[in-house]
Design a protein around this ligand. Structure first.
Ligand SMILES: NC(=O)c1ccc[n+]([C@@H]2O[C@H](COP(=O)([O-])OP(=O)(O)OC[C@H]3O[C@@H](n4cnc5c(N)ncnc54)[C@H](OP(=O)(O)O)[C@@H]3O)[C@@H](O)[C@H]2O)c1
Length: 281
């Protein structure tokens, strides 16, 4: 598996397996076991996905050596703050049954980001996590966080797919040394994703699916990808993307699909921020 070196020297697989919206214990455990069997070594979960226990049980049952795995989880905003963050981290690694984490992310740019970030800095310094990062941070928030803290986030995980390609964000992250990681690489199927004519045509040239073209396009842009699927054949298909290379012409054709607009919601919309705040315990 190709890896990307993060800003503190840690190597992260460029492709991993995401487990958002797999709340059912048996389905999640079975799917993670299938992903590990198919060759994925990086798993992306979150406190908010409520499946850390199933992920942990699958990891243990797989028998794969800890050092071969790259496990990410995320802190939810209801547990932000210096002390709460440390407690929530302990709960997460207990559920995951791990001695250390590879990457711990602030899930959203709200609530006490700074107190939480200092807790994450301590977790990294004490070796409880190899790297720390953020998610859903727009460039202004990212630059601010970097400007007033000791450790620069290793990763920013943001919505990225062919309809929302994030070129400007990507450049800012590159400049700061923050690795771009995509969430929802298929826009969760929105916008007739898997029927897209351009992606289908490009795929036909290489004998690859729309999903595979998407993942390859992202990998060639040096973006970390974490596709989700509970379908065994798709889990296998989504990791089978290292035996072809998109031409410059294909990359340009895909670049033209960008609408520079979210297919979900804007994290800077005040109504959305209120909605997130209403979720607080
Ligand atoms: N940080 C954040 O705020 C945030 C937000 C969203 C997601 N994420 C992370 O990013 C990961 C991926 O994003 P996502 O789960 O939202 O969506 P996604 O990966 O864009 O899309 C998942 C959907 O695509 C389908 N699919 C997967 N592979 C396919 C293939 N080869 N052919 C056809 N359909 C396919 C899946 O169906 P089946 O499962 O039925 O096969 C599922 O419906 C998440 O699991 C999570 O780890 C993070």
């Amino acid at each position: 598996m190709k890896t990307i070196q993060l800003n503190n020297g840690v190597e992260m697989p460029i492709l991993g397996y995401g487990v958002y919206q797999i709340p059912d214990y048996d389905e999640c455990k079975k799917s993670v076991l299938k992903a590990l069997e198919a060759g994925y070594r990086s798993i992306d979960t979150a406190q908010a996905y409520q499946n850390e226990q199933a992920v942990g049980d699958a990891i243990r049952e797989s028998g794969i050596k800890r050092e071969e795995l790259f496990i990410t989880t995320k802190l939810w905003i209801s547990d932000y703050g210096f002390e709460n963050a440390q407690k929530a981290f302990e709960q997460s690694i207990n559920k995951l049954q791990l001695d250390y984490l590879d990457l711990y992310l602030l899930h959203q740019p709200y609530n006490d980001v700074y107190g939480s970030w200092r807790a994450l800095e301590n977790l990294q310094k004490t070796g409880k996590t190899k790297a720390i990062g953020v998610s859903n941070f727009f460039p202004d928030r990212l630059v601010d966080l970097v400007s007033y803290n000791e450790i620069t986030p290793a990763v920013n995980q943001i919505e990225t797919h062919v309809f929302y390609q994030r070129f400007k964000d990507h450049d800012v992250m590159n400049e700061l040394g923050v690795q771009h990681e995509s969430w929802a690489p298929f826009a969760e199927g929105k916008n007739d994703y898997f029927q897209n004519e351009i992606l289908t045509k490009i795929g036909a040239k290489y004998g690859k699916s729309v999903a595979q073209v998407t993942l390859r396009w992202m990998i060639q842009r040096n973006i970390v990808v974490i596709p989700k699927s509970v379908t065994p054949s798709r889990i296998e298909q989504n990791i089978d993307v290292f035996d072809f290379e998109l031409s410059q012409e294909d990359m340009s054709a895909i670049a033209r699909l960008d609408t520079n607009e979210t297919k979900f919601f804007d994290h800077r919309d005040p109504e959305r921020v209120k909605w997130f705040a209403s979720l607080k315990r």
